[in-house]
Structure formats: structure tokens, C-alpha cells
Design a protein around this ligand. Structure first.
Ligand SMILES: NC(=O)C1=CN([C@@H]2O[C@H](COP(=O)(O)OP(=O)(O)OC[C@H]3O[C@@H](n4cnc5c(N)ncnc54)[C@H](OP(=O)(O)O)[C@@H]3O)[C@@H](O)[C@H]2O)C=CC1
Ligand SMILES: CC(=O)[C@@H](O)[C@H](O)COP(=O)(O)O
Ligand SMILES: [Mn+2]
Length: 384
């Protein structure tokens, strides 16, 4: 039996995880957590009967408690509740699919409690990759990626030696605005940006795909997960999202993992690793995919890519600043308060206010995140 805690259970990854769990008698969902979607969380509690469920928004606690009062699930809330849920003794694994830096402390709690970490929340590694990975090593915890590209790389590296990697080719769909000029992006709306060509995902990551910040975050995520130098990671636009990433080795071999663009595949792989089981993902019909294309990204138009690489190279709290500024800018864009191109400009402006280098502590990361958001909200609101 696999005993899994799902954090972010009401989101895109969380609901797909529960779909897999609902079809597998050998998976026991022992904990659930969400931010404020009481209706769906209550339904999930009723169906999966976890020992604990957390609603992060404290104001929603009594509503969730009322909705589930006939059940034996312990209902908790707030930051302490998230910590308790992430470290619940019944869980062997924690699947973290919270969006944003809100996933960081729950990740740390899960690792300290020695849970196997099934990680979708890439922002955890972007902001505090060194802290989290060294804590995982110290606690003997495996970190299994859920992000599709990183799951692909993880599968390609199975049994291989890190020092034999020549290059990691990180595939990117290019998002809804592939091939567009800056002038054409000027008036793109949130509705335009939310139309991802291949994947159905939460709003924040979908906007990140449109700006290519998602690929910037994923480059940093890959550095931490695989201990590879950033100069060995090259993003490549692959419009079909069938090749989920490739590893090129020193002998000239390329290993790639292919599949339909369906997150149930990497989620199932992470849950069942090192086994493989049917994932209920859409089947890939290779005869329907006669053409797989690979293009260079347009770094001038989509400047978030270089902002992310430069923040990582300068180090210290800069990746946390990049992430916090981006979360705030995406929030403003989704509220209709700034334009699409303002997202990258606001992130760039916030990064200019901080120095890189220095020792990374959790407090420094959290402070930098807070400060970066403040800068972006102040400047962003002055634009509207
Ligand atoms: N969706 C995808 O296909 C992929 C996603 N990822 C990564 O996975 C993560 C989740 O993405 P996705 O599922 O799309 O996001 P969604 O927005 O669909 O879901 C986010 C989940 O996190 C919960 N949440 C948000 N804020 C908090 C908080 N402060 N405390 C506790 N829970 C919180 C939400 O609860 P509520 O519903 O109550 O707001 C919801 O359950 C992101 O880091 C993303 O980058 C990676 C690869 C693919
Ligand atoms: C499904 C997944 O892993 C996402 O991170 C996806 O890759 C986003 O698409 P882009 O390649 O457009 O960023
Ligand atoms: Mn991805």
C-alpha cells in the first residue's frame, strides 16, 4: 500500500493525482490540503477519508469543519495546519502540488519528517533549491520530480552517470505566443495568454508558459534536481509537447522520453517509481504525429528566460527575488492591472534592486520574496 499526502489537492495536478489514486486500490490518500476551495476539498475528504485535511485559509476552517463534521478526518488550517499535514505520520510520500512559494515550508516539513517527496511545486527548488536538496540528502529522502520535463530527464538518467551528461535539452512548447514579435504581444490579454496550445494547467503556470518564465524556472529546477551546471541545460522549442526532454551523453547518444501531453503520466511515474503502472494518460498515436519540430527560443522577445538564467548565475537570494516578483506580476496580470509585457519588465526591475551571492538561509529567502513582491505590487499598481 502506498500512503500519500496530497498538498494542493484541489488544483490541476492535485485532481489528476486523486484520479489516479481513485483507480488504484493500492494507493491510500491519508492527507489532503488546499488553500480556500472548501467545496471541492470537502468532496475529496468525503471520498478519500484521509486522517487529516488542511485548509490553508484560516477563515475557511469552520466551513470545512462543518461540511465534514460527520467524518473522522481531523480538520486543520493555516501555516501550522499545512506543516502538520505535510508531516502526518501515516504518509510515506508527500505529493506537493501547491502553486508558488507557498509550497516551500510544507516541502521542508515533509523532508524533515523523512517523507519521499513527489515534487510538482517547482517554486520550492527555484527559491531554496540548495537548502531543500541538502536537507533531503541529510534525511535520506528521495526527491522524485513530477514536472513533465524533469520526469523525462529523471527517466533518461536512470542508471547513467551524471558526469557523462553532455547536455540536457529542456523542451518548451513555446506557449500561445510562439513566433510573435514584441509589438504583437503589446495588447495580448489574459484570455489570449491562458490558451496553452497543448497542456491544461492552473492559471499561474499557464501564464508562465506564455512568458517562457516557466522554462526559466524549470532550468533552475533541473540544476538543483540533477546537480548539473546551468550551462549544460539548453531550452529548445518543441511545439508538439511529445518529447518531454532529452539528455545528450558524451558518446553522442541522445535519450528522450516521449508521451502524450498528459500529466497523469509523470504523476503516476512519480507515485509508482521504481515500478511502472497504467497511468490512464491519453495514449500517444505516433502515426498521428508525423512531424516533431525543434526550434531555438527567441530570447529577445521572451526575456524571462535570460532573467532566470542570470538570477541563478548571480545566486544568493536572486532566484527567490525572480520567483516572488514573477508571482506578484502574474497576479497583477491575471487581475487585469498590467499588460503582458509588463510582467518581464517588473521582474527585471525587482532583480536590479538586489545583490546576488552570499549565504542562502531560509529567512533570507522568505525576506527577499516578501520584498520583491512589495516592489512589484507598488510599481505595477502605479502603471494602471
Ligand atoms: N498543472 C500542471 O500541469 C503542472 C503544474 N506544475 C506545477 O505544479 C504546481 C501546481 O500547479 P497547478 O496544479 O497547475 O496549480 P493550480 O492553481 O491548479 O492548483 C494549485 C493548488 O495549490 C493550492 N494552494 C494555492 N495556494 C496555497 C497555499 N497558500 N496554501 C496551500 N495550498 C495552496 C490550491 O488550493 P485552492 O484550489 O483552494 O486555491 C490548489 O489546490 C505549480 O508549482 C506548477 O508550476 C508542474 C508541471 C505541470
Ligand atoms: C506540463 C508541464 O510540465 C508544464 O511545465 C509544461 O511544460 C508547460 O508548458 P511549456 O513547455 O509551454 O512551458
Ligand atoms: Mn514542465
Amino acid at each position: 500500500m502506498k500512503n500519500i499526502a496530497v498538498l494542493g489537492s484541489t488544483g490541476s495536478i492535485g485532481t489528476q493525482t486523486l484520479q489516479i489514486a481513485g483507480n488504484d486500490k493500492n494507493i491510500n490518500i491519508c492527507a489532503l490540503a488546499a488553500k480556500s476551495n472548501v467545496k471541492l476539498l470537502a468532496e475529496q475528504v468525503r471520498k478519500f477519508k484521509p486522517v487529516i485535511a488542511c485548509i490553508a485559509d484560516e477563515e475557511k476552517y469552520s466551513e470545512l469543519a462543518r461540511e465534514t463534521r460527520d467524518l473522522s478526518t481531523k480538520i486543520v488550517c493555516g501555516a501550522d495546519g499545512m506543516a502538520e499535514t505535510a508531516s502526518v505520520k501515516e504518509a510515506d510520500s508527500v505529493l506537493n502540488s501547491v502553486v508558488g512559494i507557498a509550497g516551500l515550508i510544507p516541502t521542508i516539513c515533509a523532508v524533515k519528517a523523512k517523507k519521499r517527496l513527489l515534487l510538482a511545486n517547482k517554486e520550492t527548488l527555484v527559491c531554496a533549491g540548495e537548502i531543500v536538496m541538502s536537507l533531503a540528502r541529510g534525511n535520506g529522502v528521495d526527491v522524485i520530480p513530477v514536472d513533465s520535463e524533469h520526469s523525462a530527464i529523471f527517466q533518461c538518467l536512470n542508471g547513467e552517470k551524471r558526469e557523462k551528461i553532455k547536455k540536457i535539452w529542456l523542451t518548451a512548447s513555446g506557449g500561445p505566443f510562439f513566433g510573435k514579435t514584441r509589438a504583437e504581444l503589446e495588447n495580448k490579454t489574459k484570455e489570449d495568454a491562458l490558451k496553452h496550445p497543448n497542456w491544461s494547467m492552473g492559471a499561474k503556470i499557464t501564464i508562465d508558459s506564455a512568458t517562457l518564465m516557466n522554462k526559466g524556472l524549470e532550468i533552475i529546477e533541473a540544476c538543483h534536481l540533477f546537480g548539473v551546471d546551468i550551462d549544460k541545460i539548453t531550452p529548445v522549442i518543441h511545439r508538439q509537447s511529445i518529447v518531454h526532454s532529452m539528455v545528450e551523453f558524451c558518446d553522442g547518444s541522445y535519450m528522450a522520453q516521449l508521451g502524450s501531453p498528459d500529466m497523469r503520466l509523470p504523476i503516476s511515474y512519480a507515485i509508482n517509481y521504481p515500478e511502472r503502472k497504467p497511468s490512464f494518460a491519453d495514449e500517444l498515436d505516433i502515426f498521428q504525429k508525423s512531424c516533431l519540430t525543434f526550434d531555438k527560443p527567441d530570447y529577445d522577445t521572451f526575456k524571462c528566460l535570460n532573467l532566470a538564467v542570470s538570477a541563478y548565475k548571480k545566486g544568493g537570494v536572486l532566484p527567490a527575488v525572480l520567483n516572488g516578483a514573477n508571482e506578484a506580476a502574474v497576479d497583477l496580470f491575471l487581475q487585469g492591472k498590467i499588460k503582458f509585457l509588463d510582467i518581464a519588465d517588473l521582474v527585471e526591475n525587482a532583480l536590479e534592486k538586489f545583490d546576488g551571492g552570499g549565504k542562502i538561509t531560509l529567512d533570507a529567502v522568505l525576506d527577499a520574496d516578501k520584498e520583491a513582491r512589495k516592489i512589484v505590487y507598488e510599481r505595477g499598481l502605479s502603471l494602471c
